[in-house]
Ligand binder design. Structure first.
Ligand SMILES: [Zn+2]
Length: 255
């Protein structure tokens, strides 16, 4: 309720600047430094980068007063795509730390939902067709076995069609022990805001997800900087700016 009430208050209150907390022209060198890091961050897509830059600007530079909290300043900095708390909430929701298994957002892979069973006859599409090149059945299917990596817990999907259910069962039996011993998956999405800003992230992600029982990923925590990626050096520890929860702190479900 808090956020909704606050938003109504912002919209209805006459615009008057009182007792400014900061009148703008803040810490330009700090903003430049963090903006540089954000632009270099290959984990951030366009939307994530926009949110990170807006947050960095709001924390270091924006003019703040009683009407313009740091969160309002973030909305203002992002611009017309974020008009209210619900828009901001969906931006923050994009940054919720999580593991997304393959096939959910990477539909571009031609082998997603394609049977891996062996091909015995040549497919009529010709020698360049993936089914003939890989000698796989390639039938569209929704049946799969998930294999969990013993180190990262990351998933690999093995798809099998109705004609290749015996293969599915065999693979499932082969990897059952490995799957049971696999660790919780290292998160691979979100967690960028906490990599740049200190805040009460559990509380904020609960607000963003409308889920009061949301918990940070087991073992690895909310910060993408802390998530190990095989074959890559860990991200060095670095200073993080403080982002106050402020009036979003008491925000419950206003949807
Ligand atoms: Zn098949």
């Amino acid at each position: 309720m808090g956020a909704a009430l606050h938003l109504a208050h912002v919209h209805q209150a006459p615009v008057k600047k009182r007792r400014p907390k900061r009148t703008g022209g803040g810490d330009g060198s700090k903003f430049a430094e963090i903006a540089h890091r954000i632009y270099q961050d290959e984990r951030a897509d366009t939307q994530a980068r926009q949110l990170l830059l807006a947050t960095a600007y709001a924390v270091t530079m924006a003019a703040l007063d009683e009407e313009t909290t740091v969160w309002r300043a973030i909305c203002n900095a992002i611009g017309s795509s974020v008009r209210g708390w619900d828009d901001l909430r969906s931006c923050v929701r994009q940054d919720v730390p999580r593991y997304e298994p393959p096939g959910r957002w990477s539909r571009s892979n031609v082998l997603d939902q394609r049977c891996r069973g062996p091909r015995v006859r040549v497919h009529p599409n010709g020698p360049d067709d993936f089914r003939n090149k890989m000698k796989i059945c390639g039938e569209k299917t929704h049946d799969m076995v998930v294999e969990k990596d013993p180190v990262t817990g990351w998933h690999t999907n093995h798809w099998f069609c109705t004609r290749h259910q015996d293969h599915l069962k065999r693979v499932a039996a082969q990897i059952a022990e490995q799957n049971a011993a696999a660790p919780p998956p290292v998160p691979n999405r979100g967690g960028l805001l906490p990599s740049y800003f200190e805040s009460e992230w559990t509380e904020l992600y609960r607000w963003a997800t409308h889920n009061p029982t949301w918990e940070p990923p087991a073992v690895y925590g909310v910060r993408a900087d802390d998530w190990p990626i095989p074959g890559q050096d860990p991200v060095p520890q670095r200073a993080r700016l403080r982002l106050v929860v402020g009036n979003l702190g008491t925000a419950g479900d206003d949807a």
